[in-house]
Write a protein that binds this ligand. Structure first.
Ligand SMILES: Cc1cc2nc3c(=O)[nH]c(=O)nc-3n(C[C@H](O)[C@H](O)[C@H](O)COP(=O)(O)OP(=O)(O)OC[C@H]3O[C@@H](n4cnc5c(N)ncnc54)[C@H](O)[C@@H]3O)c2cc1C
Length: 406
């Protein structure tokens, strides 16, 4: 079989790549080792940046019947239990709401959307084991389709396999981030009474410098997650369900009332260490997209949006190269630089927040300041949701706002 582009992985990044490649008129084969719907450990917020893409791409059409609660902002709790609420004010070109979409629903909506496109073929149960090269350039993949040896030739390869990337493993591209070791502990509750349709994040003396999140899916279902450090993970890992059930019933926990009428409806899953970097994301006729480009922490909730954006940029780059005339090395470098520059802002903002989480007094002051300054709280919500123009998120504007008088 021969195609223009083969995409390894049909998650958000792979589906988005296929969608944008098809818009460029290219024929695409997407391979995934699993079958959809499949689940994935994720707290599943789709922020306004990502939601804007979902609407434009037609992915939301399938999800409209799920009764998803529109989420209009975020609230953050300090170590002391004080809170700020920031709202996604209209900020063109973005919609001013998001959703929490469980990943087995989101990823299958993405894959169903690309299946509708005549230029895209999605092959499930197709595990890529090897990249085929001609000289130094990738020209296809080999692996197992339904347990049988299979091969696909292509003019270009996009690696959207996330942490499972064969390319990264074979070339030794992933490096664990030893200065930020965090683990995820995630489950779903039903019968929840969230106070407001907001993405809620907070911390306290038990989980700091980690944090909890309660993200409403519908008006009674919520995804509840904890991102914890190694010390706490050591205590949680032997019985995560027991730990979560005890934690959410603690008298002192700010979310106790929201969950007290609720019951946990899924196993508690744990996952980690979360953070790693990727040495290069563009080489030899392969562009890496989504989580293959590296991952820090879900705190600022942008993995899905960035996965889509990388697919969009990769498709533009591939189209330019396959239409002829463009210099391969220059375009590879341009893709790498453009995407990593955009991603660096979310990484830096997340790092800033983590630095504060490690210093409870500073974090408490930050939350306190936002709680007294609505403009700053709204700015923070928009900033976390990636709704600000390039450069503004790490511009120090938030600092100016929190230190200014209301
Ligand atoms: C705990 C946690 C919480 C998070 N919370 C949020 C959040 O609230 N909001 C947000 O925006 N982001 C969040 N993220 C980030 C988000 O989940 C990822 O950034 C996003 O899913 C990346 O998508 P992807 O398509 O790159 O990778 P994946 O979703 O991992 O998809 C990779 C696909 O490749 C396939 N694959 C792998 N290897 C092969 C192979 N050899 N052959 C064929 N197929 C293969 C897999 O089956 C899979 O379908 C969170 C991440 C974690 C870990």
């Amino acid at each position: 079989m021969k195609t223009d582009v083969v995409v390894i992985g049909g998650g958000v990044a792979g589906s988005a790549s296929a969608f944008f490649l098809a818009l460029q008129g290219l024929r695409v084969v997407v391979l995934d080792k699993t079958r959809f719907p499949r689940d994935k450990v994720c707290t599943s917020t789709v922020n306004p940046y990502a939601m804007t893409y979902l609407l434009k791409m037609g992915v939301m059409t399938e999800l409209l019947k799920d009764g998803l609660l529109p989420i209009t902002g975020m609230q953050g709790y300090s170590y002391e239990g004080s809170a700020y609420r920031g709202y996604y004010e209209p900020h063109y070109p973005f919609v001013n709401y998001g959703h929490t979409v469980p990943r087995y629903r989101l990823d299958s909506a993405f894959s169903n959307r690309v299946k509708q496109l005549s230029q895209v073929t999605l092959l499930e149960d197709w595990a890529v084991e090897e990249i085929l090269y001609h000289g130094s350039r990738a020209v296809g993949v080999r692996g197992q389709h339904g347990g049988r040896p299979a091969e696909i030739k292509a003019d270009f390869v996009i690696d959207a396999a996330g942490r499972g990337s064969i390319v990264a493993r074979q070339k030794g591209l992933f490096e664990p981030m030893t200065d930020h070791v965090r683990y995820a502990v995630v489950c779903q509750f039903e019968g929840v009474e969230p106070p407001d349709p907001l993405f809620t994040i907070g911390t306290d003396d038990t989980i700091g410098p980690g944090y909890f999140c309660v993200f409403p899916v519908t008006d009674s279902i919520a995804i509840v997650g904890f991102i914890v450090d190694s010390a706490l993970y050591e205590r949680v890992k032997s019985d995560p369900s027991g730990w979560v059930d005890a934690y959410v019933r603690r008298e002192s926990w700010v979310g106790r009332e929201w969950l007290s009428p609720a019951r946990r409806t899924t196993e508690v899953v744990t996952f980690g260490p979360l953070a790693f970097t990727t040495k290069t994301i563009a080489h030899n006729g392969i562009l890496m997209v989504g989580d293959t480009t590296g991952f820090f922490d879900p705190l600022t909730g942008e993995g899905i949006g960035m996965a889509i954006r990388s697919g969009e940029l990769a498709a533009e780059t591939v189209a330019k190269l396959l239409n002829g005339g463009a210099d391969w090395e220059r375009e590879h470098a341009r893709y790498e630089q453009t995407f990593l520059t955009e991603k660096a802002e979310s990484l830096e903002q997340s790092r800033q927040m983590h630095r504060m989480l490690k210093r409870p007094a500073a974090y408490n002051r930050f939350v306190e300041a936002l709680s007294r300054n609505q403009e700053a709280a709204n700015w923070a919500a928009r900033s976390f949701a990636n709704m600000l123009p390039p450069g503004e998120r790490v511009s120090g504007r938030l600092f100016e706002l929190v230190t200014s008088k209301q």
